[in-house]
Design a protein around this ligand. Sequence first.
Ligand code: GSH
Length: 218
Amino acid sequence: MADGRLVIGTKMYSSWSLRGWLAVHLAGLDVEEVLIPLDGGRTTSVKDATPSGTVPYLEHKGARVWESLAILEYCAEFAPKLWPEDRVERAAARSMASEMHAGFRALRQNMPMTILNTFPGQGATPEAMADIARIDAIWQEALAKSGGPFLFGKEMGGADIMFAPVVCRFLTWRPAVSAAAQDYIQVVRAHPLMQRWYAEAEREPAEWRLPHYESPRT
Ligand SMILES: N[C@@H](CCC(=O)N[C@@H](CS)C(=O)NCC(=O)O)C(=O)O
């Protein structure tokens, strides 16, 4: 029997779920996956299944954890390698993860995660492009310091987890980004867990598709 369960939403669309799912898998927690189709903001079955009415939500050995960043921190207790060993680098990685968790609203609104679609050049409002410029700059800084291929070194870690759905967004909406960011996008997309997430999204039923996520923003 598994040690708990991870409740997540539609893999095609649920950016926060991807973060919790990556953290749980990278930490090697043995949890059952409960996948709930989202209906676009007020999914009754999500409200019934989670304390905050949102996914991801983790139950593990008596712990109840909602909020993707809290799930990441919980997973890091089992897998400290999710954060850099060095205190200064760890502070930078945590700052990037928190900045992502708290911000980049224009990007999230104008370029939602919809991983089976490509809408090149759409959604590029000035506000979204300002968010993207900031993301590109902090990615470049981290990659230059660590030497890559992930933000803080050779393995996917907490900061990469928090930015993984941004990578998905960039693959759909294709905003202009630096060469370093383009390389990083390919590295994250090629990670075996990302390949698995995309493959599982492809197998989701057509009736889970939501019109809001299936058309380009103009
Ligand atoms: N701050 C939360 C955000 C979670 C969130 O908003 N999740 C969305 C799905 S990506 C959700 O559950 N929406 C409710 C719904 O679609 O019914 C976190 O970091 O986990």
